[in-house]
Design a protein around this ligand. Structure first.
Ligand SMILES: Nc1ncnc2c1ncn2[C@@H]1O[C@H](COP(=O)(O)OP(=O)(O)OP(=O)(O)O)[C@@H](O)[C@H]1O
Length: 563
């Protein structure tokens, strides 16, 4: 792609960027089809002419048509070869660019925006919908243009040889051009959208079956889930069958109309011949051109169907890729100090316009180097506060500032460089221990990585499994929950950022390990500010202030027992 992927606003705009390759492939397609039809017409005319002048070959121009046949044969072979080569190359480039573009556009959206989509649905857009779209130009619009072009050329030659036959042929062509799309595509847009949506739902359900396999098995719910998968699959199969039936109907319709068309044409050329208006060789040429055109036009049904499917998929891709991101970088970001106080000023935030505000007039100041813990009932809004800090969403009123600069006045990259974060469900990635530690601090040497492991009490574990280059499985399957949590904590602490946000850092750890880690945390932070979200009891001296989140605001007073 010549432009930055994320600047292209729609699927069609991205497709337009490939128009040169596509136009060339369509031109080659047109040349191949036209050479095929021309070959059939010329051979038919030539054989008929040669047969009728049998024994008087001296009077028959043998050389011009046979040179034409050789020329068309060669042209057809070469253009077909180039068309396949170029067509596939263009399609693969389109598929590549569509995928990276869609991915880049989806990544611009905030986690809250993306979170509204099921992962399986996103996957379906990335795979099935892009499959339907990458062939749009070469399976749908390209062939339709080529069929039209070959048709017009064929009709032109027929009109030159015998205008009445060309008129009849054009009438049959118009009938086919109306009847075939009417059968496969007319008023089918909603069905194509439904088919794409159902396929995505099936993929999402299968993805969730795979992800939740252990829980479903433990709850004895696998059979029920599989029944849903079967029902979804049956629905998709019904839609696919209906689609294939429509295509088969259209082919049958095409065959019937073409057969009648040929009979009519035969009558027309025979009449022309017997009236002396049409030499036999020309009559045969017109007849064979018609056969060639009907053969070529038989691809129209599939092309129309592909066009409909691609349109539905374009709409699905644009629904994600065309969405405006909730968080955008300012055009002229302000300079941001390396260190400063973090401030929430009268922040009010609701996840949706209809929902009650989770944070309602919240104020908080975290001085440089200060350590503050925030607790509250489940659902009180602690993670929401973290989400605003991470800019997954922005406050509806009030503001969050760092060193006096509103977070919205700086770029996300500027802000993230100042923040280190341990989320509640911190991922462990399939890869080496080293990879899992170092992606927030890529320049850290081995000694620093080992030190980080020691700080979170994972050194012995790491030595036992083979050191920094040992492999850990996806989602930490080769680790205990506590080990995975500590690995993620080590990663957060390794990052050289002035503000550390830890969301339940000791979740999953036994009491003694948790207590020891928390006691050591101030030394590990080495003067960095800490915002600690926690449910648990805190050892003395860990934080400077312990605040409670209730009714959307923070207060120093712990809730009364029994609340
Ligand atoms: N992405 C989201 N979209 C819509 N609503 C959300 C979202 N995240 C949280 N909420 C809602 O916001 C409210 C506060 O949730 P939040 O996760 O911030 O609470 P919490 O204090 O962190 O709870 P817990 O201690 O159980 O983790 C809840 O009512 C929750 O349903």
């Amino acid at each position: 792609m010549s432009r930055a992927a994320e600047d292209i606003a729609s699927t069609r705009a991205l497709l337009r960027g490939h128009r040169r390759g596509v136009l060339l492939a369509v031109a080659l397609m047109l040349l191949t089809l036209t050479a095929g039809v021309g070959l059939l017409g010329l051979s038919g005319g030539f054989l008929t002419g040669a047969a009728l002048t049998f024994g008087t070959l001296g009077a028959f121009n043998f050389f011009t048509p046979s040179a034409g046949i050789r020329g068309l044969t060669l042209a057809r072979i070469v253009s077909r070869y180039l068309e396949k080569l170029l067509g596939h190359d263009t399609m693969l480039r389109l598929a590549r660019d569509l995928r990276s573009w869609f991915f880049a556009r989806a990544l611009r959206l905030s986690p809250a925006q993306l979170g509204r989509l099921r992962t399986g649905d996103l996957l379906a857009r990335l795979l099935d919908d892009i499959d339907a779209v990458d062939g749009l130009l070469l399976r749908a619009t390209g062939p339709l243009l080529a069929l039209l072009g070959t048709g017009l050329l064929g009709l032109g030659v027929a009109a030159w040889l015998h205008p009445p036959s060309a008129t009849w042929l054009a009438a049959v062509g118009v009938a086919l051009a109306l009847l075939v799309p009417a059968r496969v595509a007319w008023r089918r847009a909603a069905e194509e959208t439904d088919r794409a949506t159902r396929k995505a739902a099936l993929r999402a359900r299968l993805h969730e079956l795979y992800e939740g396999q252990a829980d479903l098995a433990a709850l004895g719910a696998t059979a029920g889930w599989l029944a849903h998968v079967d029902a979804d699959a049956a629905h998709v199969a019904t839609l696919e069958r209906a689609r294939r039936r429509r295509l088969a109907d259209a082919q049958a319709l095409h065959g019937g109309v073409a057969a009648l068309g040929l009979l009519g044409l035969l009558w027309s050329v025979v009449t022309g011949f017997t009236a002396g208006a049409l030499p036999a060789a020309h009559a045969a040429a017109v007849f064979f051109i018609a056969i060639g055109l009907f053969e070529v036009w038989s691809g129209a049904g599939l092309a129309w169907q592909s066009l409909q499917a691609a349109r539905a998929s374009i709409a699905r891709l644009d629904a994600v890729a065309g969405a405006a991101p909730a968080i955008v970088d300012p055009a002229q970001p302000m300079a941001v100090p390396a260190h400063g106080a973090l401030r929430f000023e009268h922040v009010r935030f609701a996840w949706t316009p209809e929902a009650r505000p989770v944070l309602d007039g919240l104020d908080l100041t975290l001085a440089p180097g200060e350590r503050v813990a925030i607790s509250g009932d489940s659902g009180a809004g602690k993670s929401t506060l973290g989400a605003l800090l991470l800019r997954s969403a922005d406050a509806q009123t009030g503001r969050v500032t760092w060193g006096g600069v509103d977070l919205r006045a700086m770029t996300q990259a500027q802000w993230y460089a100042r923040l280190s974060w341990l989320p509640q469900n911190a991922p462990v990635f399939a890869g080496r221990v080293r990879d899992n530690l170092a992606f927030g601090a890529p320049d850290a040497d081995d000694a620093t990585l080992w030190n980080a492991l020691s700080q979170v009490r994972l050194r012995t574990w790491a030595e036992r499994i083979g050191g920094l280059d040992a492999w850990v499985g996806e989602s930490g399957v080769t680790m205990s929950a506590g080990q995975a949590r500590r690995l993620a904590l080590a990663r957060a602490l390794l990052r050289d950022a002035p503000l550390v946000l830890l969301d339940e850092p000791t979740e999953g750890l036994d009491h003694d390990t948790a207590d020891a880690l928390l006691r050591e945390l101030p030394a590990l932070l080495a003067g960095r500010s800490l915002l600690l979200i926690t449910h648990g009891a805190l050892p003395h001296g860990l934080v400077d202030r312990h605040l409670w989140l209730r009714d959307g605001r923070l207060s120093e007073a712990a809730p009364a027992a029994g609340r």
